[in-house]
Every structure is written in structure tokens, then in C-alpha cells.
Design a protein around this ligand. Structure first.
Ligand code: C5P
Length: 317
């Protein structure tokens, strides 16, 4: 008769390595976005406050013999699935950095619109770093992942971190904002078509060169104080985005979208990042639902949805 094995002697399968690993990653908005001068490397110096909201993409990673990406949902079919895709770039970078073969079958479910000013592509890259780190058992710290993330795009380190954070440099240097926990209610209004981020920055440069826009000093002190007060009316008054003017110059109808929720007195309306998504601050969940209804009735946007923030960055679920 065989002796039953002591439980401690049984080699347990390491489930994380066999997959699948599922990672959820949020969209971001910028509560404060001040754009400084154009640098020699083609980027602008930023002073921003990032805020992660509850609109998520989901990336599933399974073991495979090669690196392969499939995609469904928002914008699927419009994005290349080859080496230019930020998910593929992120997986390859992590593999190179840790000396592993870049083998994984990745499947992306998109809800965050492409070219919407919500950092959807950067979010997916952050998800790929976190998912492949778990699948390959590379065990990198969040800080090391954030360093790799910066090589992929300016917003990627924030999407590894999540929450509410200050961003400096070209946006890649992030540090968490210390504020008492509070859930903010927002409404996102999605446009029919995306806007190119480089085109919006170029429009800002053009406006500054022609004296249409100024370069303003960018400290977010009033916004940070407003976050601590946990009062949406006070926060609404401090939202600022230097890319809003250029985004509206390229897409004038955004002005009407921003005005649409006036009838239910949205507390503040602003273009998200480089646009064209517009973000409105609501007093509570019920107010957010009213703003969604007004926006959907207005016909001025493709669709609208209520979200909350802050939420964590890319996480295994
Ligand atoms: O970093 P990322 O690749 O996401 O940036 C996309 C583009 O946005 C850059 O190529 C640049 O044109 C513009 N950008 C910028 N300054 C920043 C961030 C982005 O000019 N701080």
C-alpha cells in the first residue's frame, strides 16, 4: 500500500504561471493639465494631476509558443495587432528586460475609446506589463514596472499606479496625491471620432507662436486643496486643461458638448487630456445619471457614461 503523501511534500502547480492571468486597467482623466515648453526631444514639459476612473479595459494572458494578440470591443478592427501595438511593445520590452522568451497569447477587451484623451492605448500597455509579469513570474516591483512603462509612453507609469497622482517631466514621473479617501462622480461624453494627440499639442504650439495662447505657470496647489476639501463644487472650479483650447480649435462642436449639461447644472465640464472626450463633475451618482440622460438626448455625443474615481491602476483580478 502506498503511504499518503504529506501535503507539504506535494509539489503544487504554480497556477499564476499556467494562466490565464486577467488584468483590469482603468482609463485616466486629467484634473489639472498645464503644458510647458516644447522640449528638444519633441515632448512638452507637463504639470498634471492624473485621476483613474472606473472605465476599464481587460487583458487576458495565456501561455503560448509565440507572442500573439487578439482584440474585441471598442475600436477593434481599427488598431494594428502587430509590433506597433503598445500591448505587443510592452510584452516584448518586459521579456527583453527579464531575459525571457516573449511567449504569450494576449486577448484585449476594449471599453476605453481609441484616441479619446483617456489614455486607452497607454492603459493597455500598463495591463500588458502587469499581466506578463504575473504570467512569466518575473516578480518585478511596481517601481521597476513603472520604469519600463515610461519607455512605452508618457501616461503608462500612471496607469500602473492608478489613484490620483501628480505627473511631471513629460508626464512619466508620477507620485501619489495624498488626499482623504473620497469617491468623485464623473460623466464621460464620447465623441464619434478620435483626435490625434500630436495634432492637439501641435495646435497648442501654433497658438502660442501666434500669441493666441499663453504658457502659464503650472502648480496644481488650488486643485490639491480642493481634493482635500471633498466638495465637488470647489473641485469643479479648479479643473484646468491647457489642451482644451487647441482641442476645441480642431473640433469646434466640443464647445456645444461642454455646454449641453448646463440644464442639470453639471458642476464642471472640461475636455479630457487631448480630447475629444468631455468630462463633467457630478454632485453624486443620481446627478451623474441625470447628466448622462441630458447628454444622450442632446445628440451631441456618441454616448455618455457615469464613472467614479479614484480607482487603482492595472491589477490582476
Ligand atoms: O508619450 P506618448 O507616446 O503617449 O505621447 C504621444 C505624443 O503626444 C507625443 O509623440 C507628442 O507629440 C505628444 N506629447 C507631448 N508632450 C508630452 C506628452 C505627449 O508633446 N508631455
Amino acid at each position: 500500500m502506498t503511504e499518503p503523501l504529506d501535503e507539504a511534500e506535494v509539489e503544487r502547480p504554480r497556477l499564476g504561471r499556467l494562466g490565464p492571468v486577467r488584468v483590469r486597467v482603468p482609463a485616466k482623466i486629467n484634473l489639472h493639465l498645464r503644458v510647458g515648453d516644447l522640449r528638444a526631444d519633441g515632448y512638452h514639459e507637463l504639470n498634471t494631476v492624473y485621476h483613474a476612473v472606473s472605465l476599464y479595459d481587460e487583458l487576458t494572458a495565456r501561455p503560448g509558443d509565440t507572442l500573439a494578440l487578439t482584440m474585441e470591443g471598442e475600436g477593434a478592427g481599427h488598431l494594428p495587432l502587430d509590433e506597433s501595438n503598445l500591448v505587443v511593445r510592452a510584452a516584448r520590452l518586459l521579456a527583453e528586460h527579464t531575459g525571457r522568451p516573449p511567449h504569450a497569447r494576449l486577448h484585449l477587451r476594449k471599453n476605453i475609446p481609441i484616441a479619446g484623451g483617456l489614455a486607452g492605448g497607454s492603459a493597455d500597455a500598463a495591463a500588458a506589463l502587469v499581466a506578463c509579469d504575473a504570467l512569466w513570474n518575473t516578480g518585478l516591483s511596481r517601481d521597476r514596472l513603472a520604469d519600463l512603462a515610461a519607455d512605452i509612453g508618457s501616461d503608462v507609469p500612471f496607469l500602473v499606479l492608478g489613484g490620483t497622482a501628480l505627473g511631471t517631466g513629460r508626464g512619466e514621473r508620477v507620485s501619489p496625491v495624498l488626499a482623504p479617501h473620497h469617491t468623485w462622480h464623473w460623466v464621460l461624453a464620447f465623441a464619434e471620432e478620435g483626435l490625434s494627440t500630436p495634432a492637439v499639442y501641435a495646435e497648442l504650439d501654433h497658438r502660442r507662436a501666434n500669441g493666441i495662447a499663453d504658457t502659464v505657470a503650472g502648480e496644481p496647489d488650488t486643485l490639491l486643496a480642493a481634493l482635500r476639501q471633498r466638495d465637488p463644487e470647489i473641485l469643479a472650479a479648479t479643473l484646468v486643461n491647457d489642451l482644451q483650447g487647441p482641442a476645441i480649435a480642431l473640433r469646434p462642436e466640443l464647445m456645444r458638448t461642454l455646454m449641453a449639461p448646463d440644464e442639470v447644472e453639471a458642476l464642471g465640464g472640461i475636455v479630457s487630456g487631448s480630447g475629444p472626450t468631455c468630462v463633467f463633475l457630478a454632485a453624486d451618482a443620481r446627478h451623474a445619471a441625470e447628466i448622462v440622460a441630458v447628454l444622450e438626448r442632446s445628440g451631441l455625443c456618441r454616448t455618455a457614461c457615469a464613472v467614479t474615481g479614484p480607482v487603482p491602476g492595472a491589477r490582476v483580478v
